[in-house]
Design a protein around this ligand. Structure first.
Ligand SMILES: Cc1cc2nc3c(=O)[nH]c(=O)nc-3n(C[C@H](O)[C@H](O)[C@H](O)COP(=O)(O)OP(=O)(O)OC[C@H]3O[C@@H](n4cnc5c(N)ncnc54)[C@H](O)[C@@H]3O)c2cc1C
Length: 476
């Protein structure tokens, strides 16, 4: 198969690039090693659409974050029907002697183009953040920050890119790249060979290996682990903003985070690790996160925690690496996409399209780019009168499969129609299996619906792709 552009990796970076390129008359192919999109770093993060503060004004990631934030707020969230909420953030100080540090963050943010920054005092905090620690003396208010469901963001980008002609091939791990004499590349993935003039490397933690395969061993990715702890929905109103302490040299600190689904989250840690597959959580991580979160909100309790995970930031130095590699003509790297990569993705995509154009890719706009995507129904977000109307039209909305999170059979069928192929894919799209009982009640029902919709035997339904099937046929 021959494409104009092959994108390696269907995380938020690859998905945003695919959608951006799908505006043009191009054949675009996305190759992803996992069973679904958004199974890499893009599923395990804080889900914050950062404003752009806490980045040096001269950094690429600072500028891309501010522009990504603007694109999401002003265009993409509405166009793609995303669960985005502009709740704002507060960067807290515990000592008025630290006010000059907040002034520096404010000044640097303003240089990057972040709007509406203001210092707020204790009286303001008493009115607007009743649960915040009495130890917090003042804060910088950053109104353009918000929250999003990170995986639903990726699924929306991919769905829309595919609607506009891009093709996603999953379970295609790229294992070989052969630069061709006359230009372009042959890419070996999942036993097949694909060809393209241009290659975009958006392989997250493995971007260094992909770049080396293509002939440009120019950087190394070091994973930086972040442990996150999700709290019960009953603590939904723990804070009204995302709460930050002053940042350190390597991280924005332990935060109290609001999430798009209502459960607050506390975390993340930030520690460099060796292993790109080390997604363990640790007792020390838990203690560090609890202590950091309690400094901001003392009422956070260990018993509020219902789930935990860790993610690995793909770090390649201090900044993102977004460039054409002259040693491998036709290769564009979108690598080292650490935080704020989720926020920056739409702006990275515009930048990558520009680099491809500079290096000879014709960008002729399509007559019709279908930029809109209907918002999927999520009963947990719908008022009761609307739920009644939906059930009257289609009784499958009244067939509740996941009781913890109020997810109906129809939402699961919709998720499968939109591309879910695994139990995790259904969970990330609908929230079925992500409540207090962790799927104890609904997993078998979800499997049954997957069998019906996908025409699969129960033994072929997996948690996250081949090798993670839940049901074994003992007769074989
Ligand atoms: C704990 C934590 C918290 C964070 N919080 C935030 C936040 O609040 N806001 C924010 O803006 N950013 C945040 N980030 C950063 C953000 O999550 C990342 O920048 C972003 O998800 C990176 O996306 P990506 O598409 O580049 O990588 P990924 O999502 O990892 O995508 C890369 C894809 O490439 C695939 N792949 C790899 N190798 C191959 C191969 N050989 N063949 C085929 N496919 C391959 C992978 O399977 C994967 O799907 C956080 C990160 C972490 C870890």
């Amino acid at each position: 198969m021959t494409a104009d552009v092959i994108i390696i990796g269907a995380g938020v970076t690859g998905a945003a690039i695919a959608r951006e390129l799908s505006r043009y008359k191009l054949k675009i192919l996305i190759l992803e090693k996992e069973a679904e999109a958004a199974f890499g770093v893009s599923k395990s993060n804080s889900g914050i659409i950062h404003a752009g503060t806490q980045n040096p004004p001269s950094s690429l990631k600072g500028w891309l974050c501010v522009e990504g934030n603007r694109l999401i707020r002003e265009e993409i969230a509405a166009d793609l029907g995303l669960d985005f909420a502009q709740c704002g953030q507060l960067i807290a100080v515990f000592d008025l002697a630290d006010l000059p540090e907040l002034e520096i963050i404010k000044k640097e943010g303003e240089e990057l183009g972040v709007r509406g920054l203001e210092l707020v005092d204790r009286a303001w905090l008493d009115l607007n953040e009743p649960n915040i620690s009495p130890g917090v003396k003042a804060a910088l208010r950053v109104p353009s920050a918000g929250i999003i469901s990170p995986y639903r963001f990726v699924y929306a980008l991919v769905e829309n890119a595919v609607k506009n002609g891009a093709e996603l091939k999953t379970e295609r791990k790229v294992t070989g790249i052969r630069p061709q004499k006359g230009g372009g590349f042959e890419v070996v993935a999942g036993g097949e060979v694909f060809r393209a003039r241009f290659l975009v490397n958006a392989a997250g933690l493995y971007a260094d290996e992909i770049s080396a395969m293509a002939g440009a061993p120019t950087f190394k990715i070091t994973p930086r682990k972040g442990e996150e702890y999700l709290l019960d929905k009953k603590r939904e109103h723990l804070s009204n903003h995302i709460l930050f302490p002053l940042p350190s040299a390597t991280s924005k600190g332990v935060l109290v985070i609001k999430t798009a689904d209502g459960n607050p989250m506390i975390g993340p840690t930030a520690h460099d690790v060796e292993d790109k597959a080390d997604l363990s959580t640790t007792e020390e991580g838990l203690e560090e996160v609890l202590a950091g979160a309690r400094r901001l909100i003392p009422s956070v309790s260990k018993s509020d925690i219902i789930a935990y995970f860790s993610g690995l930031r793909p770090v390649a130095g201090k900044d993102f690496i977004i460039r054409h590699e002259d040693s491998a003509p036709g290769l564009v790297n979108a690598a080292g996409i650490q935080s704020p990569g989720l926020t920056s993705a739409p702006a990275i995509a515009v930048m990558v399209a520009g680099i491809l154009k500079e290096h000879g890719l014709g960008l002729e706009p399509k007559e019709e780019f279908r930029r809109l995507r209907p918002r999927p129904v999520h009963l947990f977000q719908v008022p009761p009168e609307e739920t009644r109307r939906l059930i009257a039209k289609n009784p499958a909305y009244g067939d509740i499969v996941c009781r913890c999170e109020l997810v109906s059979a129809q939402e699961i069928r919709d998720a499968l129609k939109r591309g879910a192929r695994t139990l995790d894919g259904v969970k990330f799209r609908t929230r079925a299996q992500s409540g207090r009982c962790h799927g104890g009640f609904c997993t078998t029902r979800v499997i049954k619906i997957m069998q019906e919709e996908l025409g699969l035997p129960a033994t072929a339904v997996s948690k996250r792709g081949r090798g993670s099937e839940l049901i074994k046929d003992e007769r074989k």
